[in-house]
Design a protein. Sequence first.
Length: 290
Amino acid sequence: MGNQNIRYYYNRLNIAERLIVINVAVFILSGLLKILFGFSGDSIIGWFELPKDFFHFLTQPWSIVTYSFFHSGLGHIFWNMLMLYFAGRIFLNLFDNRRFLNVYFLGVILGGLIFLLSYNIFPALLGINTSLIGASAGVTAVLIFVCSYLPNQEVRVIFFNVKLWHIGVFVVLLDLIQISMGGNVGGRLAHLGGAALGYFYARQLIGGNDIGSGFAKFLDAIANLFKSSEKKAPLKTVYRKDNRGGAKTDNYDKESRQRKIDAILDKISKSGYESLSKAEKDFLFKAGKE
């Protein structure tokens, strides 16, 4: 019964909340292994962190993604997950889970590549022994995506209403300032990689080009590898032959629904989310859940 309840509540979470649960679970589990079983932190994280040495990276290529599930401390994971929660809520009011995963993991990957290249190109960084962990690149990608897609949308920050593009500029400038001061250079460079991905993805999407479509197909292929080998008998679809053209009507309804979604998203990009009527907001919210 307990497992069923946990599964029920987990299935009710959106994709951003599920990522938060996974990150917190990994953080707690790695801590328990270290304290209760005597594993050192380095022996656990070492298999999953992104090393700065290129040849070391070739021996664990999975680390270009797995580094994002590990964090260095409570403050590190708290702020990352808090930002992911709020940015994810805005994102998932507009788009589906697949596009969210595209932006998030492409941000993680590009952030990791920027880190890796920087520590093998820039002379001042060549002799530094370091590695990369944390979800910041993916979180920043999601945040900058919504800031670029809805730049004039206002959100409440403590006592003031602030436009999203102001938040995006502040986040990027903060990273640039911290790099110039020598603070966590590798992490900040990864943030900027995620920010670049989020901005470019949003601007391309506004122009009608989804740069993550190929990556989505790749994720589908990976997911299919883990599906059960047991195949269910295919359901047989029977169409009635009548003068009403039921199949054509279904296609028309889907096309009409998509045109309505596109029109609402176009309105948001021009006038902001608050320009939508309640009916439009409800329709977009329901469409994002399907």
